[in-house]
Design a protein around this ligand. Structure first.
Ligand SMILES: [Zn+2]
Length: 152
């Protein structure tokens, strides 16, 4: 059973910079477990220290706190999260478990601002094509956001 706070941090862990930091941390943790045969707790502590070092080298703020890092590992252990391989750079990134990842592209290769452009382009394509009944194959048309984007 998860509290609302936990649910929020799942989402925080997979969005934008939160995702990149979660992924960075979890990749370090995972390689410590696999390569050094570290015990879970010491791998966690080492991974968190390495994560902070990495972040300070990049001169950015650590997004992931100790509590959230631990929560992240518990999500992986309970099967709620998975690592998806980016089809563009091949890096592994934190994603919700069972999310389709055949054409997964990470937040670095595809910044969030690109999504807006893609939607606009799709809108233009729609405007250019003759009027057809709403396609049920278009997943966008099923969401509120899709309707708004189409001016409905
Ligand atoms: Zn990528």
């Amino acid at each position: 059973m998860l509290a609302d706070g936990d649910r929020e941090s799942v989402d925080a862990g997979i969005t934008d910079s939160g995702n990149i930091h979660s992924s960075l941390f979890y990749n370090i943790y995972w390689s410590l477990l696999e390569d050094c045969g570290c015990e879970r707790m010491s791998a966690f502590v080492k991974a968190f220290r390495l994560y902070l070092e990495q972040v300070s080298l990049d001169e950015s703020e650590p997004v992931l706190g100790l509590t959230r890092a631990w929560t992240l590992i518990r999500f992986f252990e309970s099967g709620m999260m998975q690592l998806s391989a980016c089809t563009s750079c091949g890096g592994h990134f934190v994603a919700h478990a069972h999310s389709p990842d055949q054409d997964f592209v990470c937040g670095i290769c595809q910044p969030p601002s690109r999504a807006g452009k893609t939607r606009k382009k799709r809108q233009e394509e729609r405007a250019a094509t003759p009027r057809t009944p709403v396609s049920l194959n278009e997943p966008d048309s099923m969401t509120g956001r899709g309707l708004v984007a189409r001016g409905m």
